[in-house]
Design a protein around this ligand. Structure first.
Ligand SMILES: *Cc1c(COP(=O)(O)O)cnc(C)c1O
Length: 452
């Protein structure tokens, strides 16, 4: 036995590991997961205390069918007994082909006449975004516009942590200032008005600003990239679906491709299969990830039109210039096929509607808190927005005492529960969220006229 083995797991972690957006610190707040089943996690604290909690995060929005789902477990086991991985250069396999066909069939477009017909299998959401941006630049270059190398996005977006993806995230709230020499100067339009308070006038005003910015830069822009209808990690901002129609028109008017990053919104989360479906808008390129494997394995995909695929392939490079080692990992594809099979069965629509009703009712009391600026929901997403930044450690610890796992960020305490959550699970989540906010923040940040 080494000395390290005598220490608790959490102490060993703190000595050796990084965590997301966290310092290397001997004090980092951490909980050990001892088991996960259905919507529940079994947590163990540093002092040995155990808590059973409902996972209100779906493990960062991915575990939509819950943990240890028998259909997903069986798919993983079956593929494990066949083969776990082979390279994708020069080789193919049934799980990848089936997955591409499923994605093309589900993606926005006329039924039976797929618009997005070519699929690149990436190993994470950020890589899927990198591939989308490369596709756009290679398409423009092959079309005779090699000077179109920049991107137009909207403020408040989040598209991943790799450099090109970071470069289209919100330039202020994102991480641009930490890497000033490495992030390309992209172009940003304002964030569209909030869905809850938008008026025809505010939408039109936003549209004309978008048009103006696109017109001023069109000669150097390859594509527009946005998260349709719901901006996730950039602030849980829901905006009117008709803004997607305006984005489509502006892109077409100026020869830009339209990229929808559906990594957070895809597979039913906002109440339609894809957020693009709220407006019936078809992008030229679409990224999916997160829930693609039901949260089992890392996998993402970039879909594009046949026209883009043909143009990129006919360009001077003669190929799409990307190819990860673990591209099309068979184990991940097999689990994704099982997860999409559950989605195809269609129960998600009723689940998401039921969850939305539970979130609306359960989060309403938080509107009365002085510390709360706004409460909003869209599909299976519920958000409590505070006036000030959340005390993340205090709020998540308080929620754990109420049997709920949440991971707030900035001034947002939110939930994206698994679709299998029962009405009682949603009640537990909303009660835990509101109790934690009341316990930690209410009264502290009370201010006049603060309830929006
Ligand atoms: C999470 C996310 C990404 C990045 O995905 P990773 O798998 O974390 O690389 C990109 N875009 C959106 C909209 C996301 O929510």
């Amino acid at each position: 036995m080494t000395g390290e083995a005598q220490l608790g797991l959490i102490q060993r972690d703190r000595a050796r590991l990084w965590h997301p957006y966290a310092p290397a610190s001997p004090d980092l707040p951490l909980w050990e997961v001892e088991a996960a089943d259905g919507v529940r996690l079994q947590l163990r604290g540093e002092d040995g205390t155990r808590h059973e909690v409902v996972d209100a995060m779906s493990s960062w929005w991915s575990a939509i069918h819950g943990y240890r789902h028998p259909v997903l477990d069986a798919a993983a086991r079956r593929q494990l007994e066949t083969f776990s991985h082979v390279m994708f250069g020069g080789l193919t396999h049934a799980p990848a082909v089936e997955l591409a066909e499923r994605l093309v069939d589900m993606a926005p477009g006329a039924p039976g006449r797929p618009a997005l017909e070519r699929v690149f299998l990436a190993d994470s959401g950020s890589v899927a975004v990198e591939v989308a941006l490369k596709l756009a630049v290679q398409f423009q270059t092959a079309s005779g516009y090699p000077q179109r190398q920049r991107f137009l996005s909207i403020r408040g977006g989040y598209h991943g942590d790799t450099f090109a993806a970071m470069g289209v995230c919100d330039p202020v709230d994102g991480m641009h200032c930490a890497f000033p020499g490495l992030l390309a100067g992209n172009v940003f339009a304002p964030r569209p008005p909030a869905a809850a308070s938008a008026t025809p006038e505010s939408i039109r005003a936003w549209e004309s600003e978008l048009e103006e910015i696109a017109a001023a830069h069109s000669g150097e822009l390859a594509a527009i990239i946005v998260e349709p209808v719901l901006q996730g990690a950039g602030g849980m901002h829901a905006y009117p679906a008709e803004c997607l129609t305006a984005l489509r028109q502006v892109a077409d008017r100026h020869g830009l491709l339209l990229i929808f990053d559906e990594i957070a919104t895809g597979f039913g989360r906002t109440g339609e299969l894809f957020a693009a479906d709220h407006a019936g808008v078809v992008p030229d390129i679409m990224c999916v990830g997160k829930a693609l494997t039901g949260g089992y394995l890392t996998l993402a995909a970039t879909l594009c039109t046949g026209e883009i695929a043909a143009m990129v392939s006919a360009g001077r490079a003669g190929a799409l210039l990307h190819g990860p080692t673990f591209m099309g990992n068979p184990l991940a594809c097999a689990v994704a096929n099982a997860s999409l099979g559950i989605i195809d069965d269609g129960g998600w629509r009723a689940d998401v509607a039921r969850i939305n009703a539970g979130l609306v009712a359960g989060l309403a009391p938080a509107r009365e808190f002085g510390a709360v600026r706004d409460v909003r929901t869209i599909g299976a997403v519920g958000v409590i927005e505070l006036h000030d930044d959340v005390d993340v450690t205090a709020v998540s610890s308080a929620a754990i005492r109420h049997g709920v796992w949440v991971r707030p960020f900035r001034n947002l305490v939110y939930t994206m529960p698994p679709y299998i959550s029962t009405a009682a699970d949603i009640d537990q989540i909303t009660a835990g969220m509101t109790a934690a906010v009341a316990h930690v923040h209410d009264g502290v940040a009370a201010r006049s006229g603060g309830v929006g």
